[in-house]
Write a protein of this length. Structure first.
Length: 157
C-alpha cells in the first residue's frame, strides 16, 4: 500500500467509525482532489447507521450506498426495487466518474463478494435522463431493443 494514499483501518469501535471515516474523507479532500473512499460495513444495519452518522459528521460528503442483493441466484422472487435502484445508481455514478466532492461508497461484506459487470458495460448501458428532457423516440427504441430480454419466473430458456 502507498502510505500517502491507501489506509486500512480495522477494529474501530461501532459509533466511532463514522466520525473517523468523516475525518479521513475531509483530510483527503484538502489534498489533490475530492477522492473516492470505500467503507465495507458488516451488514445492512451497520451500513444504514454509518450512512446517517456521516450525514451528521460530514454533511458535504457524498455517500453512495451499495447494498447486497436480497435474493439468491435462481430464486423465483425478484430483488427489491429499492435495492436495484441503489445498486444501479451507485454503479452509474462510479462508472461515469467526474466527482467534484469527496465521495464515500458504503457497502457490505456480502455486496463486495457479489460479481459485477465491467465498468465499460455499465458506462455504455446507462442513458441519463432528467425530468422534462426531450428524447428521440427512435433512439430510445433502438437502445431498448439492444437490451437483453428479461426472463420471467415461469419461463425457462
Amino acid at each position: 500500500m502507498d502510505k500517502n494514499r491507501d489506509k486500512l483501518l480495522c477494529g474501530v469501535p461501532e459509533g466511532l467509525d463514522a466520525l473517523i471515516l468523516a475525518g479521513l474523507v475531509q483530510e483527503a479532500g484538502s489534498g489533490a482532489g475530492p477522492g473516492l473512499h470505500l467503507h465495507i460495513a458488516r451488514d445492512d444495519r451497520r451500513l444504514e447507521e454509518i450512512q446517517s452518522a456521516l450525514k451528521f459528521f460530514a454533511p458535504k460528503v457524498k455517500v453512495l450506498p451499495f447494498p447486497a442483493w436480497d435474493t439468491v441466484p435462481y430464486d423465483r422472487v425478484g430483488p427489491n426495487a429499492d435495492i436495484v435502484a441503489k445498486r444501479i445508481t451507485a454503479l452509474a455514478k462510479l462508472a461515469h466518474g467526474g466527482r467534484k466532492d469527496p465521495t464515500v461508497v458504503l457497502t457490505t461484506v456480502n455486496a463486495v463478494l457479489q460479481k459485477l459487470p465491467p465498468r465499460l458495460f455499465i458506462r455504455n448501458s446507462i442513458k441519463m435522463l432528467a425530468a422534462g428532457q426531450r428524447i428521440d423516440m427512435g433512439e430510445l427504441t433502438r437502445r431498448l431493443s439492444l437490451a437483453p430480454p428479461s426472463v420471467s419466473p415461469g419461463r425457462t430458456t
